[in-house]
Design a protein around this ligand. Structure first.
Ligand code: SAH
Length: 272
């Protein structure tokens, strides 16, 4: 199908699937949300009612989406061509599934849309998606809400997910310009030097004691990797590690000799 020219071809490959929607006003709300967020492909499975005129009466200037809507007999047909199928639910059910929050799925869906159609499936207003419907999904997106009142209106749930997709597409196509002082991401080599300096300092202050350095350092690796430091930040942590060692060298040279501690390879001061 041709692009509807809203900027990102990946958004054209996101297919919103409504499984047995019961209320026409909600269907119109979905169409409107799709138009707002640059989505264009809708499939409906056995809607309780369908009236293009009334839908476009609510979702003005959405005739293109309504005319293009594909009517399917089964959910299986509606998702058959999708390279990724994501269901939606207000909360986890009994079975363990690949639950992730909506934002996380939005990024994954967009990346996968490079390769083909990606289906995002919504359940009916009164019962949501059945277990059998969820079985057709690779995973389930949950929009975080008040746990005591987690069920969103169908069109509003669709709006929030479409918004996440829209933001994800914008973010990836138009990366934020770097701040003047940004130094760019730390290379793996830089990260390894940082971890080495940190481990050296922790060893010298006898931090590990009975703990296994390897597992403690793994926790630091996980923590600091999650922080995604830029070069300057990694340099700061590295300097902290080297400075602790340099300090001990100056003030406790005997201890240093006992340790057989390695001389510091670099002087970090003023380095960053
Ligand atoms: N009583 C139903 C409510 C369904 S709401 C139930 O408890 O399951 C209709 C549809 O909106 C759901 O099937 C789902 O597709 C979507 N939806 C509602 N709340 C949501 C949430 N918090 N996260 C993700 N999707 C949600």
């Amino acid at each position: 199908m041709e692009s509807m020219n809203h900027g990102d071809p990946r958004l054209d490959r996101i297919v919103i699937v409504l499984h047995e929607p019961q209320n026409l006003v909600n269907v119109a709300g979905v169409v409107r949300a799709m138009k707002n967020m640059g989505l264009s492909r809708l499939r409906v499975v056995r809607p309780a009612e369908w009236d293009a005129w009334r839908i476009t009466g609510i979702a003005h200037r959405a005739d293109d989406v309504v005319e293009r809507t594909e009517h399917m007999d089964t959910l299986e047909d509606a998702v058959a061509d999708a390279v990724l199928v994501v269901g939606t639910s207000a909360r986890p059910r009994t079975a363990q599934r690949n639950y992730r929050y909506a934002r996380d799925w939005a990024h994954r869906m967009l990346a996968r849309a490079e390769e083909g159609p990606v289906a995002l499936v919504f359940g009916r207003e009164d019962r949501g998606l059945s277990n059998e419907a969820l079985d057709l999904c690779d995973g389930v997106a949950i929009i975080p809400t008040n746990p005591d009142y987690s069920s969103l209106n169908l069109a509003q749930a669709c709006l929030l997910l479409s918004y996440e997709l829209f933001l994800a597409a914008q973010g990836e196509d138009r990366p934020l310009p770097r701040g003047r002082r940004s130094t760019g991401p730390a290379s793996r080599e830089r990260m390894e030097t940082m971890f080495g300096a940190l481990e050296g300092a922790l060893t010298r202050v006898d931090f590990f004691k009975a703990r296994t350095p390897e597992s403690v350092m793994r926790t630091f690796r996980t923590l600091l990797s999650r922080a995604d430091p830029d070069q300057q930040e990694a340099g700061l942590v590295q300097a902290l590690g080297f400075e602790v060692q340099n300090y001990l060298d100056r003030h406790l040279p005997a201890h240093s000799a006992e340790d057989g501690g390695e001389p510091n390879p670099e002087r970090p001061v003023g380095e960053t």
